[in-house]
Write a protein that binds this ligand. Structure first.
Ligand SMILES: Nc1nc2c(c(=O)[nH]1)N=C([C@H](O)[C@H](O)COP(=O)(O)OP(=O)(O)OP(=O)(O)O)CN2
Length: 244
């Protein structure tokens, strides 16, 4: 929660007094420094024209009273972490089945994964949630599907067939497939689309992430989304906003 406007002092308040309506997030940007004058109410370091960020006694940088002078206007603050790394991907084969019972030929993609996590309103929490925590969970779930043929276990055109030891066999849209069982992942979905993969991957990711019960995830994460691009410029995002 931000401090009420009337109680704020400093740069933002002085702008309002002057009737300026434009928003600039930081009064400490080089272009603004030269505006400081003896009438400026910001706290200063002693160096002419450079405002000091008031230090919190415990060294933290969150909370309503920290650096109110940096706030140009009222508003809801938020921080969003994005993670998209070349190695956060899985290479898999699939074939989408269309509603009329036709299907694509078996083909593969290097599925690229991207995570977005919107944090609750505090940069301190952002510091506590290292990128690595998210990347570790993402890598684990991506590995499950890497170098696999993905089969939609819930597709109405799928007919599982008896198979020899170590093999997986099925008929899909009338075509028979026999594959090494360890190179197949039968997924609990109706079709292997980017939308369904994004949702399934997100749900597994969340389970993996929240294994560490010492972190109050739901209090720290406001929303999260997982995007899968099956090729450059084409894919789907599954996202969830947690209710309070
Ligand atoms: N809503 C969705 N539609 C489609 C999906 C999907 O996941 N969600 N997937 C496919 C296919 O599986 C396919 O991999 C992509 O098909 P397509 O766009 O035809 O493939 P190209 O990228 O090679 O097509 P260009 O014409 O070169 O753009 C289909 N639909």
């Amino acid at each position: 929660m931000l401090a009420p406007v009337a109680r704020r002092t400093g740069w933002g308040a002085s702008r309002r007094k002057r009737g300026w309506t434009t928003y600039s997030p930081s009064p400490f940007a080089p272009a603004q420094r030269s505006r400081c004058s003896t009438s400026c109410k910001s706290r200063h370091t002693g160096q002419t024209g450079i405002a000091a960020i008031p230090a919190r006694p415990d060294g933290g940088t969150d909370g309503p009273n920290w650096s109110n002078s940096m706030i140009g206007q009222d508003g809801q603050r938020s921080w969003t972490i994005h993670i998209r790394k070349d190695n956060l991907k899985f290479s898999a084969a699939h074939m989408t089945v269309f509603p009329d019972g036709r299907k694509e030929g078996l083909h593969g993609h290097n599925y690229q994964v991207e995570l977005t996590v919107e944090l609750q309103d505090s940069p301190a929490l952002a510091r506590m949630l290292s990128y690595e925590v998210f990347k570790k969970a993402l890598r684990t779930v991506c590995d499950q599907w890497d170098e696999k043929v993905l089969i939609a276990g819930g597709n109405p055109w799928l007919e599982p067939l008896p198979a020899a030891e170590g093999e997986y066999a099925c008929r899909l849209c009338g075509k028979r497939y026999v594959l090494p069982a360890d190179e197949v992942a039968v997924l609990d979905m109706g079709n292997v689309t980017a939308e369904n993969l994004a949702r399934a991957l997100f749900e597994q990711f969340w389970v993996e992430l929240t294994r560490d019960c010492s972190v109050p995830w739901r209090e720290r994460v406001a929303a999260a989304g997982l995007r899968i691009d099956e090729s450059r410029g084409q894919g789907a995002t599954y996202s969830i906003r947690f209710g309070r």
